[in-house]
Design a binder for this molecule. Structure first.
Ligand SMILES: Nc1ncnc2c1ncn2[C@@H]1O[C@H](COP(=O)(O)OP(=O)(O)OP(=O)(O)O)[C@@H](O)[C@H]1O
Length: 247
């Protein structure tokens, strides 16, 4: 008897996307497993960030379909979708006029979370990201770049979203802190498994964190599978080179 197939958390079906008449994706098919960390790697400009923005509806396909947890994206109700999708992007900063605490809490406050629940979740996230509670009263310009990036991660995880999209979310953190944050992130993932899609330039980070790897070339998927299986059997020279050199 066949086991029931596990439904994908994210699915791209025959997706087409072009920018200024320049085609990027031309019939992309891709399925990402639920409750796993998927890392997306590939050379600069191959479409990694675009892929993430197609998942949370920031970008719309020209043709084809994106499904999240089995449902086609409802572009008429993106706020509802985004409550279920955390998004942390290196280049999108924190709100400069809000304290660290308010930056982290803003979405939960909008949802009407009671104060004790709010406080407990913030404390948990700070611990996980190795951030001192004393930072909560500061403004973004009063903390370091690496701290700001971790605060951005806390904000993205505040509502305990079942799907978390991370675009270079660990890259501004120094190597020692990064190893620490990776470990804490993995511990949280173990405790509260969620679907994570992590775009990263750092192949070592992808190999360390991911359960599932997507290797891209411009506009196309070269290979998907476990990091181990791809390392052992790269589909072609381009995959092998990327894993070897990160380029
Ligand atoms: N809004 C846009 N307008 C025009 N072209 C765009 C736009 N967004 C992305 N592109 C182009 O689409 C391609 C893919 O971009 P994307 O940012 O997804 O790549 P990436 O793999 O995330 O790159 P990087 O690793 O450098 O961040 C690039 O050629 C880029 O120039």
């Amino acid at each position: 008897m066949n086991a029931t197939p596990v439904p994908s958390a994210v699915q791209f079906h025959q997706l087409h996307k072009r920018f200024a008449e320049q085609p990027l994706f031309q019939g992309l098919d891709l399925a990402l497993p639920p409750q796993r960390i998927t890392a997306v790697v590939g050379a600069s400009g191959c479409g990694k960030s675009t892929l993430l923005q197609l998942i949370n509806g920031l970008l719309r396909p020209d043709a084809g379909e994106v499904r999240v947890f089995g449902q086609p994206l409802d572009y008429g109700d993106l706020p509802r979708l985004r409550r279920r999708i955390g998004y942390a992007v290196q280049r999108i900063g924190l709100f400069p006029h809000l304290t660290v605490r308010d930056n982290i809490a803003i979405l939960a406050e909008r949802e009407g979370w009671p104060r004790p629940r709010l406080r407990a979740r913030i404390e948990q996230l700070l611990r996980m990201m190795d951030l001192a509670p004393a930072l909560l009263g500061r403004y973004p310009h009063e903390i370091s770049g690496g701290q700001a990036q971790r605060v951005g991660l806390c904000r993205a995880m505040m509502l305990e979203p079942p799907l978390l999209l991370l675009d270079e979310a660990f890259s501004a953190v120094d190597p020692i802190t990064r190893a620490e944050v990776h470990a804490r992130f993995q511990a949280l993932q173990h405790a509260e498994p969620r679907t994570v899609v992590l775009v990263t330039h750092d192949v070592a980070e992808a190999m360390r964190l991911a359960d599932h790897l997507v290797v891209m070339a411009p506009g196309q998927i070269l290979q998907t599978g476990t990091p181990q299986s791809i390392r052992t059997r790269p589909a072609d020279e381009r995959v092998a080179r990327l894993l070897e050199t990160g380029a």
